[in-house]
Design a binder for this molecule. Structure first.
Ligand code: FES
Ligand code: FES
Length: 162
């Protein structure tokens, strides 16, 4: 058996086949093999949420699962959230919310918060602050004090409500 196996994932809607050594985290495969660096590396141990990605629509800390576990699955990163179906690019309402409400400072945690918030709003398009705090408790921010982040998500939720 070879030490390096090919895997195929549907990354942001496009099928990608690549080689990765067993045990390499999905986060590192996305960043190093597929060269999408929006998925951040920080704590390495599942505590900060900056590496959050959607696997089959479920938010997953991608530093915690081997890339091989995503073989055959749909993976969405922060780069895949904007709508590029027409000629231009329409940011996702959550991305817009972070811009409108100044929901970031250094921005390192932001992709993870955006990905988690998208998943939350898919489940619950009108969350209370308490529900946001509960859902997003796996994402840490060292800069903002969280208020602006929750403002950003609330802004996005208003767009979901139409
Ligand atoms: S880098 Fe994955 S949770 Fe912190
Ligand atoms: S904006 Fe800096 S860690 Fe959140």
């Amino acid at each position: 058996m070879s030490a390096i196996d090919d895997i195929t994932i549907e990354l942001n809607g496009e099928e990608q086949t690549f080689s990765v050594e067993p045990g390499v985290p999905l986060r590192d495969a996305i960043r190093n093999e597929l060269e999408l660096t929006g998925t951040k590396e920080a704590c390495e141990v599942g505590e900060c949420g900056s590496c959050m990605t959607l696997v089959e629509g479920t938010p997953v800390k991608s530093c915690l699962i081997p890339a091989h576990q995503a073989d055959g699955k749909a993976v969405t990163t922060v780069e895949g959230l904007a709508d590029r179906s027409d000629d231009g690019e329409d940011l996702h309402p959550v991305q817009e919310g972070f811009i409108e409400e100044f929901g970031m400072q250094c921005g390192y945690c932001t992709p993870g918060f955006v990905v988690s918030s998208v998943a939350m709003l898919e489940e619950n398009p009108d969350p209370s602050r308490e529900e946001m705090k509960q859902y997003l408790k796996g994402n840490l921010c060292r800069c903002t004090g969280y208020t602006k982040i929750f403002d950003a998500v609330e802004h996005a939720a208003e767009q979901y409500d139409g």
